[in-house]
Design a protein around this ligand. Structure first.
Ligand code: AVJ
Length: 337
């Protein structure tokens, strides 16, 4: 999948990837930075804080859907309890919500093998400790890998079907064409009859306003603003750039025609920013106009039709989907065809 920027895995590869990404993105017009750049140590902590904000309904709503329907989801995934499942999770992180599904899998089949995949080894250590300590019957086999570009380290056991989890609205960071490419990569490694569970944030609807959506990305406490600006701090720290953080404003925009929230950093004034020479090339002098933005993230929002279209394009058929009462978030179970 060449269109998806690879997430680097080692320290050296990381700094080179950051340098390359930043050079390409900041000299482009309009200027962009990839969302994976958010997640250094400080950024990962800020994201955890975002998931607990009153305005950021995504994480707790998905957790509530799992709490209400985990047994049903696992039963359906096992084709009415007829199959035994192995769970693999793409971009598992610390796997805080996954425990609810794993506990249901243990109730259903006595024990379960869980394979979390993530680029962050430290997140996987936390996931593994957390799950092993709290849910007897789960055997965790974590794997450090980049699911967007690499083969999934599937540990296939005879007689077991795979249930792949791609939750948390992670798919929302990808453009529609990259999302299809990513899901096709997953599908290519599954067998017909294997299952995929996807968590998607929903666009405005009967109970959900664009204001609710926007507030989740422009919270009153300023945590999302700090998360957004942290990317500049990262470039100062890792590349020796001289971004003045106070000179960039956090902006969240609802882009209706693309059905996505966009995050930008808007230059408050005309200014010049310097990035010293590095492994990716010579020194950069970047001239920002007042009001010019760096586009740092897209977070796509779905509806039942667009989720179905996406999954079908990647050769999955929808089995069933679950939503919260307010129609904020959807969890969709699909079958590899
Ligand atoms: C981790 C991609 C699901 O898009 O809601 C949160 C990231 N950005 N607040 C999202 C994010 C700003 C988040 N995802």
């Amino acid at each position: 999948m060449p269109s998806i920027a690879a997430v680097p895995e080692t320290v050296d590869a990381t700094s080179h990837a950051v340098a390359t990404e930043v050079r390409a993105g900041l000299t482009a017009s309009p200027r962009t930075l990839s969302p994976w750049l958010f997640y250094d140590e400080a950024g990962s902590r800020l994201f955890e804080a975002i998931t607990e904000l009153p305005e950021y309904y995504l994480t707790r709503t998905e957790r509530d859907i799992f709490t209400a329907h985990a047994d049903e989801i696992l039963w359906e995934a096992a084709s009415g309890g007829r199959q035994k499942l192995t769970l693999i999770e793409l971009g598992a992180g610390t796997a805080t919500k996954t425990g609810i599904l794993l506990a249901a899998a243990v109730r259903q089949q006595g024990s379960v093998v869980y394979q979390p995949v993530d680029v962050s080894e430290s997140a996987l250590v936390m996931a593994s400790e957390n799950i092993s300590a709290n849910i007897p019957g789960v055997s965790v086999r974590s794997q450090v890998a980049d699911y967007t570009t690499q083969a999934l380290p599937l540990d296939r056991l005879a007689e077991f079907r795979t249930l792949a989890l791609y939750i948390g609205s992670s798919i929302g960071n990808f453009s529609p064409s990259d999302a299809v490419a990513l899901l096709r990569n997953v599908r290519a490694q599954l067998l017909p009859g294997d299952k995929l569970l996807v968590g998607t944030d929903l666009g405005p609807g009967k109970h959900k306003s664009a204001a609710t959506l926007l507030a989740a990305y422009s919270d009153a406490a300023g945590t999302t603003a700090a998360f957004n600006r942290n990317v500049l701090e990262r470039l100062n720290r890792e590349l020796g750039a001289d971004f003045d953080l106070a000179a960039f404003e956090h902006k969240a925009i609802w882009n209706e025609s693309h059905s996505r929230i966009e995050m930008h950093l808007e230059s408050r004034c005309r200014q010049q920013v310097h990035v010293p020479a590095n492994s990716a090339g010579g020194a950069l002098r970047l001239n920002f106009e007042a009001g010019e933005t760096i586009h740092t993230e897209n977070s796509y929002k779905f509806n039942p039709v667009s989720v179905e279209r996406l999954l079908r394009s990647a050769d999955f058929a929808i089995s069933r989907s679950w939503q919260d009462d307010q129609g904020l978030f959807a969890v969709t179970l699909a079958t590899a065809v």
